[in-house]
Ligand binder design. Structure first.
Ligand SMILES: [Zn+2]
Length: 312
């Protein structure tokens, strides 16, 4: 991709020759899709997912983080990560899934509470409480097969009528405690709920993370940047909107595939291979070289997620 153009990407719709290196790049200069749902069979067949991983590699996207949105979905992400090198999973219950969880959140141990004998204990058996064991950190690929790399996506979403504010906050707090207990970063989902978000995270000063798919005002962005150390997840949405952008040292690249396909591929299903489109767009928008965008955003992601394996 010598001209930095997105058009030459290997994609189901492009004519570029699959198998050819798309760019002459330093080995360390690869990209990471820090947020996608490739493991979700509601959106992708197993065959599609395989092909997408292959295309991602050809397009220099070498690490892929599959984000869990419910207990069951997180375990599916874990299975998918186990089957693929350099694919990772996160454990999270999306705020829109709050109702399903809170049904079981009665006093412990009565009832089939996932808090008592489901979600949390099974996670804790994977990740020793209070530590991600040094052995896990150092062994090649074990992080992608055994432990979640983060907690997420978790947060607050007041977009749809009928949401239960109290319940969402309670679940969010439990998820943040889980992150603290396991020393894991967090992928935040926040929509139309930043006031409460700031209130909740203020009580968890040890939490580090990324505000995935930020889509709010300049003022809110400024407040995140000034009052927290959180990164901001930038995806295809930025390429066709007028969202405010954080400085490069706070940006993580993500696709949120299958959603939010960046230009020039809008209208077809999103996939990790399109991360370079976002990098390319940022490079032009920020007037910074593509290589710098790649290196900086990859470094940011490596710092936050603390990958322990080598890129294959
Ligand atoms: Zn997502």
């Amino acid at each position: 991709m010598p001209d930095g153009s997105c058009q030459s990407l290997s994609s189901p719709t492009s004519q570029s020759s699959v198998g050819d290196p798309l760019r002459d790049c330093h080995p360390s200069c690869f990209m990471i899709d820090t947020h996608c749902h490739l493991h979700d069979r509601e959106f992708f067949t197993a065959e599609q997912a395989e092909a997408m991983i292959e295309r991602a590699h050809k397009n220099n996207v070498k690490r892929i983080i599959c984000i869990g949105t419910s207990h069951e979905d997180s375990l599916k992400a874990a299975e998918f990560a186990k089957e693929h090198n350099n694919v990772y999973w996160t454990y999270g219950i999306h705020p829109e899934e709050t109702a399903s969880v809170m049904l079981y959140s009665g006093p412990r141990p009565s009832g089939p509470s996932p808090w008592a004998d489901g979600a949390i204990p099974s996670l804790r058996s994977r990740v020793p409480r209070g530590e991600r064991a040094a052995a896990l950190r150092n062994a090649p690929n074990i992080a992608s097969t055994e432990a979640p790399i983060a907690i997420g996506e978790v947060g607050l979403d007041y977009h749809h009528d009928g949401y239960d504010r109290e319940a969402q906050i309670k679940l969010f707090e439990q998820m943040l405690q889980l992150a603290v207990d396991n020393d894991l970063p967090v992928s935040f989902h926040v929509r139309e709920a930043f006031e409460d978000f700031f209130g909740v995270v203020a009580n968890f000063p040890k939490v580090r993370g990324v505000v995935h798919s930020f889509s709010d005002s300049k003022k809110k962005l400024k407040r995140i940047l000034e009052t927290t150390d959180f990164y901001i997840g930038v995806n295809g949405l930025a390429t066709y909107s007028t969202l405010p952008l954080p400085p490069l040292e706070r940006i993580l690249l993500e696709t949120d595939a299958p959603f939010l396909t960046p230009t020039p591929f809008r209208g077809i299903i999103n996939e990790p291979a399109y991360v370079p489109c976002i990098a390319d767009w940022l490079s032009k928008k920020m007037d910074v070289s593509l290589e710098t965008i790649e290196k900086e955003t990859t470094r940011n992601a490596e710092k936050l997620f603390n990958f322990s394996d080598t890129v294959l």
